[in-house]
Design a protein around this ligand. Structure first.
Ligand SMILES: [Zn+2]
Length: 465
């Protein structure tokens, strides 16, 4: 390990000092309205040109019946009965995308990846202390609106600027309000010392109850690469005692990879299906094998890994190691937009280019990463990520008759290399329509835009950048 073993206050002292404030914190989201009311009528999605279930070969001209948030039936010419009917001719019907790692709190800083302070890290260090609970909430609102617009129906909100209990509560409340499915990963303040844990008392308080039927709780930790051993070990222990899934950035760059963090995790039984590792951009093949053997899922964000200078994502090696991969947009500061289609495109083409093998992977593999494998990696594989009777109705319809999508010889190729977010015309989450006829129907977009603009202007002024 290259991390300095910094001596700060004993962990127990830090935790005790925080206990009082944590116990006083009000879980504001406890009073938030339920994410949805069960739709009273059945919904029939009629006549999609193609149906992509992710578990069977594509089918032509298929209907889908939805009731009370779940898929009731799939097949040709289903009887409408008293159902509301949506005509999906000219579309492919498929599961919504699952984003497996997204720092939503800084979305209002879109494009602000450099400043007079320097590049991404110093710029984030300058602005992050100035985000209030209201600021992180408006950034989450903006991120979730963009998620839905892009066809992303499940998010993993990696909240690594939790500056107070109120910051966490504000992000959770925004997620509940949105009606988007997701996990809130409880984190730390950006400027917290490597020898200080996240607020484990507040975490313990909120972990006792599930925020809503669509939103669950996990943690995002700095882990062995970015915090001292007593800190990450305490965070792992608390998360596992509470039954919370863990996520951490690992082996993002050569220095981190050389510090032996993955081996340290493995030695302490700190890997497993409940521990997602993010990036692994500089991980050795031995470390990838270690991760695959332990069953830890991996989230990659190819655009931001390039943009921040971590390196070229070693996707061909990751495939060879047999890792369970999920895709992510990471953050809007660097990525600019939440376009899962382009993430799939970049992933397939990096794998082909790196291996100098055009046939190394199928386009369908990237579609799996963006749907069923992403869902499995978040522990949601029994609920979403594929289409079958009994699954929750997280569904998107993508136009296949648009200028940029027609004609297309191959459906997976169309979805990974031709389609764009503006081709997504219908988005259902738990059976509830969030986008219809290409328009967002549950958010006040002008209001969100205005609030986000005011928020980042205020923050830039306070940070003097
Ligand atoms: Zn990240």
């Amino acid at each position: 390990m290259s991390l300095p073993d910094r001596k700060g206050l004993p962990l127990s002292t830090i935790i005790n000092r925080r206990k009082a404030s944590a116990m006083l914190a009000t879980a504001a989201w406890g009073m938030t309205m339920p994410a949805r009311a069960a739709p009273p009528r059945r919904l029939l999605l009629r006549g999609a040109d193609h149906l992509l279930t992710m578990t069977d070969p594509p089918r032509a001209k298929t209907d889908m019946l939805i009731h009370q948030g779940r898929i009731e039936a799939i097949g040709p010419d289903l009887p409408a009965g008293d159902a509301d009917v949506i005509d999906l001719s000219g579309h492919v019907l498929m599961p919504g995308f699952v984003d497996t790692h997204w720092h939503m709190w800084n979305t209002a800083a879109r494009g602000l990846w450099r400043s007079a302070k320097g590049g991404f890290m110093p710029t984030m260090a300058a602005i992050s202390p100035h985000f209030t609970p209201a600021d992180v909430a408006i950034s989450v609102d903006l991120a979730l609106a963009e998620a839905v617009n892009s066809g992303i129906t499940t998010v993993h909100n990696w909240a690594h600027n939790v500056r107070s209990p109120a910051h966490a509560d504000a992000e959770i409340a925004a997620m509940i309000r949105s009606g988007v499915r997701g996990r809130f990963a409880y984190g730390y303040a950006q400027d917290v010392g490597k020898d200080q844990p996240m607020n484990l008392d507040h975490l313990s308080t909120i972990a006792r109850r599930r925020p809503s039927n669509l939103v669950s709780i996990g943690i995002c930790a700095r882990g062995p690469d970015r915090s001292a051993p007593p800190v990450w070990q305490a965070e792992w222990d608390v998360a596992r005692r509470l039954g919370l899934p863990i996520s951490t950035h690992m082996a993002s760059d050569p220095k981190s990879a050389a510090s032996g963090g993955i081996a340290a995790l493995a030695a302490r039984k700190g890997l497993g299906a409940d521990v997602q590792l993010v990036h692994l951009t500089a991980a050795s093949r031995a470390d990838m094998d270690r991760v695959a053997q332990a069953g830890s899922p991996v989230s990659i964000s190819p655009w931001t890994e390039l943009e921040v200078g971590y390196g070229v994502p070693p996707i061909a090696d990751m495939i060879a190691a047999g890792l369970l991969l999920g895709l992510s947009v990471d953050n809007m500061v660097l990525a600019g937009q939440a376009d899962m289609f382009s993430v799939m495109r970049l992933s397939t083409d990096l794998a082909r280019g790196l291996s100098r093998n055009q046939l190394l992977m199928e386009d369908m593999t990237a579609l799996r990463w963006a749907t069923i494998d992403g869902a499995r990696s978040l522990g949601l594989g029994q609920q979403v990520g594929a289409l079958a009777p009994g699954m929750r109705a997280d569904i998107i319809a993508v136009r296949v008759d648009a200028l940029n999508t027609a004609p297309a010889a191959d459906l997976p190729s169309l979805l990974t290399h031709a389609a764009r977010p503006d081709n997504v015309s219908l988005v259902l989450i738990d059976g509830v329509a969030h986008k219809r006829d290409g328009q967002l129907v549950r958010v006040d977009l002008p209001a969100i835009r205005a609030k986000a603009s005011a928020s980042i202007a205020k923050i830039r002024s306070a940070a003097a950048i």
